[in-house]
Ligand binder design. Structure first.
Ligand SMILES: Cc1cc2nc3c(=O)[nH]c(=O)nc-3n(C[C@H](O)[C@H](O)[C@H](O)COP(=O)(O)OP(=O)(O)OC[C@H]3O[C@@H](n4cnc5c(N)ncnc54)[C@H](O)[C@@H]3O)c2cc1C
Ligand code: SF4
Length: 462
């Protein structure tokens, strides 16, 4: 028996094969179209009728933003779609993107009693999308700003955390200035989430909707640590919220990482998300992805959808330890991506500066539970290698000579339950804070909680 398709056998060609336009225009359209098409009215009514409207509904407790799920489903059932959307958005202003990107299978839908009863939860995510899409399409902003407080808050980072914070602060009557380093707002909704989850420029349409409340001045191309400084913001504003996300990625620590064909998965996904014509984006014929999270799954599936022939994810531990959910892993496998467990890379091999193969050793846990080499290994031919082994917080933008440094915890910003940092007047939330879930919905909840805490502090000090 010869080697599996992507494993190297004697005499095989070792030249890199990275090319654009591997597919027809129709295939690109299909592959990057909406992965979960929306419910129409008839199907939404049927789905809504499946809800038991449970007392003490477990789905609400499982939603990080605490949306009244049976409440909005009941409204859909009576054709009050606007009311349903308001119920969602008053807890989660990014209810539209969360309906598309939330891993509902480990949150509300896992908790749904229908899931335990018949293995088929109410499709809460799809119903949430049905309601919020309607309001967004009609451009209805149901919230009004409270009477002006005269207080000014600076928000750094226009991702889900920063904008959720800004929206709530504005609703409470404060004026908000948002500073964003990139040219477009939205954070990873714009630059990171898989293209087939947020189609049709949804990230920008949703940001426009959030900003339509008023009272939020957005400045793009303004980076903390380059154009503005934390000390200045603390001096000039009544409060500051940091929603900086994670700016760095972990390295493999192997020779050859600078070789042509070796890519940081997050940077590649960003290029893919910004490419108006996906056919122009080169992808390898054989792609290897190292990692076990969302980023690894998204880099692998999107490579496949760009026309890569062989795509293999290699993860150093077992399927249960992958941070990508079982649902995401299955999605990758049904998309034609292979997943190999219990192996880690030991060498990146190339010719003339161009990647040709990645070598792995098998791994296992020793009696003390540590990950160790298990002896033996294999090589995968590769034209592209994506590193997706985790993102890290980059504290450099905070280093402005402030007398009191911001306390970090586990390499991220340390915050309390209200998302207050160790510095007076400074709050933080989303991926950049310690102890979070690194999900869009938790970033939104952080932003909301911080806004409520800021509001309390400003009113106390008024
Ligand atoms: C590839 C990938 C796929 C993902 N898929 C999912 C998914 O399917 N479902 C899900 O729930 N979650 C997913 N996530 C996680 C989710 O995207 C994040 O948890 C969420 O975006 C965090 O929001 P945030 O506002 O904290 O950070 P971000 O979205 O990262 O936003 C931070 C913002 O701050 C800006 N910024 C950074 N530094 C500065 C500075 N110095 N000055 C000014 N601005 C600055 C950034 O440019 C950015 O706009 C994914 C993440 C990745 C990387
Ligand atoms: S747990 Fe399921 S059935 Fe019960 S209220 Fe929530 S969505 Fe409805």
């Amino acid at each position: 028996m010869g080697p599996p398709p992507n494993e190297r056998g004697p005499g095989m060609s070792e030249t890199g094969d990275v090319a654009a336009a591997r597919l027809s225009a129709a295939d690109y359209g299909k592959n990057f179209g909406d992965v979960k098409p929306p419910l129409d009215r008839a199907r939404a009514l049927v789905e809504a009728s499946r809800c038991h409207f449970c007392y003490d509904a477990p789905c609400i407790a499982a939603c990080p933003t605490g949306i009244d799920i049976p409440g909005f489903i009941r409204k859909i059932g009576t054709d009050n779609v606007k009311g349903a959307a308001v119920t969602i958005l008053e807890q989660n202003i990014f209810g539209g993107s969360c309906a598309r990107v939330c891993p509902t299978e480990i949150l509300c839908e896992r908790a749904c009693v229908r899931s335990a009863q018949e293995g088929k939860p109410v499709k809460i995510g799809a119903l949430q999308r049905y309601a919020t899409d309607d309001l967004l399409a009609r451009g209805i902003q149901p919230f009004r700003r409270a009477a002006a407080t005269g207080r000014r808050v600076a928000v750094v980072g226009a991702g889900p955390a920063g904008l959720a914070c800004a929206h709530r602060l504005s609703m409470l009557g404060h004026d908000v200035a948002v500073f964003e380093a990139k040219t477009k707002p939205g954070g990873l909704n714009e630059y990171g989430i898989a293209a087939y989850k947020l189609t049709d420029d949804f990230a920008q349409r949703e940001v426009a909707y959030v900003l339509s409340l008023g009272g939020i001045a957005l400045s793009c191309g303004k980076a903390l640590g380059r154009d503005i400084e934390l000390a200045g913001l603390r001096r000039d504003y009544d409060a500051v919220f940091l929603g900086l996300g994670l700016g760095g990625v972990n390295a493999l620590g192997l020779d050859g990482e600078a070789m042509k064909g070796v890519e940081d998965a997050v940077a590649y996904i960003e290029r893919l998300r910004q490419a108006p014509d996906k056919a122009k984006l080169p992808v390898g014929r054989r792609v290897v992805v190292i990692g076990g999270g969302n980023t690894a799954i998204d880099a692998a599936v999107q490579s496949k959808r760009l026309g890569a022939e062989d795509v293999t994810i290699v993860y150093r531990r077992g399927p249960e330890q992958m941070s990508a959910t079982a649902h995401e892993q299955e999605f990758a496998q049904t998309s034609g991506v292979g997943i190999k467990h219990w192996a880690r890379p030991v060498a990146i091999v190339g010719r003339d500066g161009m990647l040709t193969e990645v070598r792995f050793e098998y791994t296992k846990l020793d009696p003390a539970g540590r990950l160790v080499g298990a002896g033996g290994g294999f090589a995968l031919r590769a034209d592209m290698l994506f590193k997706a082994i985790g993102q890290v917080f980059v504290p450099a933008p905070l280093g402005d000579g402030t007398a009191e440094p911001l306390r970090l915890s586990q390499g991220k910003i340390g915050v309390d339950a209200e998302r207050r940092t160790s510095l007076s007047k400074v709050w933080a939330g989303g991926d950049c804070v310690a102890g979070g879930q690194d999900l869009t919905v938790s970033a939104v909840e952080d932003g909301k909680r911080a806004a409520l805490s800021i509001d309390r502090a400003l009113r106390k000090g008024a």
